[in-house]
Every structure is written in structure tokens, then in C-alpha cells.
Design a protein around this ligand. Structure first.
Ligand code: G3P
Length: 220
């Protein structure tokens, strides 16, 4: 399973990349606005830092302008995945861009039928938003299992399921159990995956006991 980080904060991306856990990055207009940075400047820095796919979202709503924006974004770096919204125009743009061998991430997916359309349009990634479904009392994870089931019926679908709007470690664990290809994680969620009180307690006890031996590995 791949982990992408869902942020436009370059310091977080650099720091997390050093753990070896970062396979890509996703951004969206809200995350770029939050960074307070110039879009192209921050995009260039992210693409230099991470070798895997870096999603950058178009802001037009008609297919023709989305395609032009997508080509412009892709021209910044080979690892750009153009993000388009799940609308008919977005799907048209998806088809045109993927026909040109440009990676496309179809975003704002909230139903299995939408995911089916995205796969038929040749999307590289489909981004179902689990947290926002949970917010309206739907079970976001049910959507992931439905999409997995549907995609697995058809050998010609190679769209990867990229779980988005991830809010907690349970979303990550359940996504992995369902065979999602990717989860894009806010930095805090990625950091939280390692936490377990018994690991901390066990390590503390081992170190205390080692100290009692008076030995040092590096002095040998
Ligand atoms: O990847 C999409 C994500 O950024 C949306 O997350 O928490 O705003 O629903 P959220």
C-alpha cells in the first residue's frame, strides 16, 4: 500500500520523506491557500523533494480550460498527476489528458458510480473522500469496499483507489484491509500510525535494564 501526504507544507513533506514512508503527495486549492505560498513555487519544491506522483488540481470548470491547465501543470515536472473534479467536464479532461499519457487523479468522489465513470475515463487515481462522508453520517469506508469490489470485476480497469479525506488511523487500517492502493494522509495522521503505549513502556524498561549492565555496544 502506498502512502501519499495530503499537504502543501514543504517542511512537513521534507521531514516525513526522511522516514521513507512517503510515496507521493496530494494537494488541493484549499491546502495551497493554507500554505500561503505561490502555487508554482511550492509545486516545484514538492516535485524536487518527492519522486512519486504529486497531485496538482486544476481550477477551471470547463473541459477545454481544464485540459490547458492540466498540460501547464504537467509541464512543471514529470511526476505531476493532474487533479480534476468528478464532473462531466472533469471526466472529458481526464480522458484527453490520460490519452496523452499524463497521470490524472479524479477527485471529489462520493459514490461507487462516480468511481466507475472515472475508471472508464482512464483515471490513474480515483479519490473517494471518506471523512466527508462520515461527516454526513454515511460510512466512508463502505464506499472504499464497494469501489474495490467493482474495480476487481474488470481486468481492463487499472485505476488506483486513493483514499482521501482521511481523518484518523482507523481509516488507514480499514483502507489497508480492503486493499486500497493508496491512502493520502494528513501529516498528523501519518505520524500517529506508529503510536502505541506498550511500545513506549517496553522500550523504557529495556533501556533501564540495559543501563544496569553498565555495557555499551559502541565501546566494544
Ligand atoms: O485529499 C482530500 C482532502 O484534503 C480532503 O480532506 O479533511 O478536508 O475532508 P478533508
Amino acid at each position: 500500500m502506498k502512502f501519499f501526504v495530503d499537504t502543501a507544507d514543504i517542511d512537513e513533506i521534507r521531514d516525513l520523506s526522511a522516514t521513507g514512508m512517503v510515496d507521493g503527495v496530494t494537494t488541493n486549492p484549499s491546502l495551497v491557500a493554507k500554505s500561503g505560498r505561490d502555487f508554482f513555487e511550492v509545486l516545484d519544491e514538492i516535485c524536487e523533494t518527492v519522486a512519486g506522483p504529486v497531485s496538482a488540481e486544476v481550477t477551471a470548470t470547463d473541459a477545454e480550460t481544464m485540459i490547458a491547465e492540466g498540460r501547464k501543470l504537467r509541464a512543471r515536472a514529470d511526476n505531476i498527476a493532474v487533479k480534476v473534479p468528478l464532473t462531466w467536464d472533469g471526466l472529458k479532461a481526464c480522458k484527453a489528458l490520460t490519452d496523452d499519457s499524463i497521470m490524472v487523479n479524479v477527485t471529489l468522489c462520493f459514490s461507487a458510480n462516480q468511481a466507475l465513470l472515472a475508471a472508464k475515463a482512464g483515471a490513474t487515481f480515483i479519490s473517494p473522500f471518506v471523512g466527508r462522508l462520515d461527516d454526513i453520517s454515511n460510512d466512508g469506508m463502505d464506499l472504499i469496499s464497494d469501489i474495490r469490489l467493482i474495480y476487481d470485476q474488470y481486468e481492463d480497469f487499472d485505476t488506483e483507489i486513493l483514499v482521501a479525506s482521511v481523518r484518523n488511523p482507523i481509516h488507514v487500517r480499514e483502507s489497508a484491509k480492503m486493499g486500497a492502493d493508496v491512502a493520502t494522509l494528513p501529516p498528523a495522521v501519518l505520524r500517529s500510525l506508529i503510536s502505541h503505549p506498550l511500545t513506549d513502556k517496553g522500550l523504557e524498561a529495556f533501556l533501564k535494564d540495559w543501563e544496569k549492565t553498565g555495557q555499551s555496544i559502541l565501546d566494544r
